[in-house]
Design a protein around this ligand. Structure first.
Ligand SMILES: C[S@@+](CC[C@H](N)C(=O)[O-])C[C@H]1O[C@@H](n2cnc3c(N)ncnc32)[C@H](O)[C@@H]1O
Length: 276
């Protein structure tokens, strides 16, 4: 049976207040970056990690949009690495953390309160790089998000995003009596997930939505990006206690991270004929 949906406006209003509350209680995702991260901001952001480079070799002067990224971490670190940074986030209190860190560390960061599915305050093709930490789960419809990101990314520009994996959001946060994780929520039905207790998997008090891989990967492609790489960051600890974050992650990877590039201007399309 289809569960009743919630209007976009009601979701935004609810989640702005929920994230303000999480910032006020200094929740894990509302912890600004500390001295260690500021000691090597490019390395902390993943610039030096082995494997294919997801970030440009240098961030000096690169126009970066940190989207849904309030909390005093991503925006100030990109600015410390030399980028020209804009942070867009729904929650005034999460943005206040960015403002405070930028002030304290004497960093220039443009801070804008708004929703990631309406970036009309930003000029088209402005950004070389859009960085989007986990936050699409807080909106019922992600198509508009990817279309907006595509509009503000310059042709040839990069879009790095991370999302909660659909299977992980569909599964029970903890094990059943047999020690198994069960699929308990349907996929992509437009309704918010049932409220969950406190855990690293869900943020207390927020409305969250499952987005299928079709909506995430397909939505990014449909908006005009080419996906160049996908990974599921490693959090598995098979020997950890049953029900712990690490044990569950050995069965269900919690996140999916996507590297995409905006089609360059004038690049021709490709016709693919599928024959069954
Ligand atoms: C996981 S946190 C961001 C990164 C976090 N500070 C960290 O340490 O990784 C998710 C953010 O998404 C923001 N958010 C939720 N809904 C949003 C929306 N519709 N538009 C923009 N930001 C939104 C929240 O306010 C919150 O700051």
């Amino acid at each position: 049976m289809k569960r009743p949906g919630v209007s976009r406006e009601a979701v935004l209003d609810h989640n702005a207040r929920a994230w303000d509350a999480l910032a006020a209680e200094k929740a894990a995702l509302a912890q600004p970056a500390g001295d260690e991260a500021f000691g090597d901001p490019y390395g902390w952001l993943g610039g030096g990690r082995p494997g294919p480079p997801w970030l440009p070799g240098r961030l000096d002067g690169v126009e970066v949009l940190c989207l849904g990224a309030g909390g005093g971490k991503h925006g100030p670190l990109y600015a410390a690495a030399g980028a020209k940074v804009t942070v867009v986030d729904l929650s005034p209190a999460m943005l206040e953390l960015d403002r405070a860190v930028a002030r304290e560390r004497r960093l220039a960061v443009e801070i804008i309160q708004g929703s990631m599915d309406d970036l009309s305050m930003l000029a088209a093709s402005r950004f070389d790089l859009v960085v989007h930490p986990v936050s699409t789960c807080y909106l019922p419809d992600v198509r508009r998000v990817f279309q907006e990101v595509a509009r503000v990314t310059r042709p040839g520009g990069t879009y790095v995003s991370q999302h909660k994996s659909p299977a992980s959001l569909q599964a029970s946060p903890g094990p059943n009596q047999a020690g198994r994780y069960e699929i308990v929520n349907p996929q992509d039905d437009g309704a918010a997930l049932p409220p969950a207790g406190r855990s690293r998997l869900r943020e207390a008090g927020t409305h969250e939505f499952v987005h299928s891989l079709s909506a995430l990967l397909g939505g990014i492609c449909a908006a005009g990006f080419t996906i160049e790489d996908v990974c599921e960051p490693e959090h598995a600890e098979p020997a950890a206690a049953i029900g712990s974050f690490g044990h569950r992650a050995a069965f269900l990877r919690p996140y999916i991270r996507i590297l995409a590039r905006r089609a360059a201007e004038g690049s021709g399309g490709t016709a693919i004929l599928l024959v069954e």
